[in-house]
Design a protein around this ligand. Structure first.
Ligand code: XIL
Length: 373
């Protein structure tokens, strides 16, 4: 009799649970789906910042809870001449994030690209001294980070300092200052806003040698006592690589060095890339029709492969949500993606979760389903 009652009670509880699960509506937005795990961001550019792209803004505000500035905070935009800081567009970018209660990313403070030549020269056009370049870096970081103190949540302090083999890139920063430019950049950022999260950001960290270099770099910064909180893995990926196992190893191995991991520039290229896996912005390949196979739309089989690839990646990020603190897509819809013009101009690219008309793609549904499972 007792056993009977017990079974009855257990069945009732099970049924009630089942009913509750069935009733709870599955999240329909990315930000709700991954809440409690990580924030989900998109990179935005002038069209979204100014409201010219109303459709993009509507998607951004309903689906995402973090933003990254695709270009408006880069040195060439925010500090175009020695005595000129231009915060016009960057201020509007930050206002948009504040108004919508978003996690606001700053990108970036020290990079070899999109940085004007004058930065590395003196008034006479000769190479600048180590001391003068350190002073210039200090002035830039103090001014920019100081301007957004308490408003920006996370800064990419140094971008892409590593070669593919894990050694330091021979950038003007390294050549003129030496390898302590990294420590200095982080120190200057920390002084300007002691509470902001500081990141090192790079691509191809799925490559074991480069990842090792990133981990060595983190250890060097930690040993110097500078507060590096996050390594950003850009994750400009291809449809067929790197493998999901490599993506997972990247997350876990970086995290084991005592930092959080952010996926900072996620997109998946479905177009041919004969030049190998890179996100080097200086690459410029001559256009030809063979490199642009889907000008009129993505074939369904590729669409489905893209959906599966996105789902597999998000399953890894979600599994490691204790160490992954953000996943940012490099754009809102396919129509604005940088991959329409890099490294070949004028291609029709399909790397994101929303199509050229702003409609959610099968990849979007697949990503939502990943979270629900
Ligand atoms: C890209 C932008 O998307 C383009 O609009 C711009 O022309 C070049 O830079 N790694 C980075 C980003 O850290 O800043 C780059 O963004 C893409 C590669």
């Amino acid at each position: 009799m007792r056993l009977h009652r017990c079974i009855l009670l257990v069945s009732a509880v099970c049924l009630w649970n089942l009913a509750a699960t069935a009733q709870a509506p599955a999240p329909t937005t990315l930000k709700d789906a991954f809440r409690g795990g990580f924030v989900i961001g998109a990179a935005i550019n002038i069209a979204q910042i100014t409201g010219r792209d109303a459709r993009g803004d509507a998607i951004l505000i309903s689906q995402f809870n973090s933003i990254s500035p695709e270009n408006v905070m880069k040195w060439e935009v925010i500090h175009p001449r020695p005595d000129v800081y231009d915060f016009t567009m960057a201020d509007k970018y930050v206002e948009l994030g504040l108004k919508n209660h978003m996690f606001i990313v700053g990108h970036n403070l020290c990079w070899h690209a999109q940085t004007p030549d004058w930065v590395f020269k003196d008034e006479k056009g000769n190479p600048i001294s180590r001391e003068a370049l350190i002073e210039r870096l200090h002035d830039h970081i103090k001014t920019v980070v100081g301007h957004y103190k308490g408003k920006i949540d996370s800064w990419d302090v140094v971008n892409e300092a590593l070669n593919e083999d894990g050694t330091l890139r021979q950038s003007p920063w390294l050549k003129i200052i030496g390898d302590d430019f990294l420590i200095k950049a982080f120190q200057f950022a920390h002084e300007a806003d002691p509470n902001v999260q500081l990141n090192y950001n790079d691509y191809n960290l799925e490559t074991p040698a480069k990842r090792k270099g990133a981990i060595a770099l983190v250890k060097k910064l930690q040993a110097a006592g500078v507060p590096i909180a996050v390594v950003g893995n850009q994750a400009h990926l291809q449809i067929d690589g790197p493998s999901i196992a490599d993506e997972e190893a990247t997350v876990t191995e970086l995290a084991a060095s005592g930092v959080k991991v952010a996926i900072t520039e996620l997109d998946i290229d479905v177009l041919p890339s004969a030049w190998g896996k890179t996100a080097d912005v200086s690459l410029n390949i001559q256009a030809n029709p063979a490199l642009n196979p889907y000008p009129k739309g993505l074939p369904d089989d590729v669409q489905q492969r893209l959906a599966k690839r996105y789902a597999d990646l998000f399953a890894v990020y979600w599994k490691h949500r204790d160490v992954v603190n953000r996943v940012t897509l490099w754009g809102v819809t396919d129509s604005e993606s940088w991959l329409n013009n890099w490294p070949v101009r004028g291609r029709t690219s399909y790397p994101l979760l929303f199509d050229r008309d702003g409609k959610p793609k099968p990849a979007f549904e697949a990503v939502l389903k990943t979270a629900a499972n």
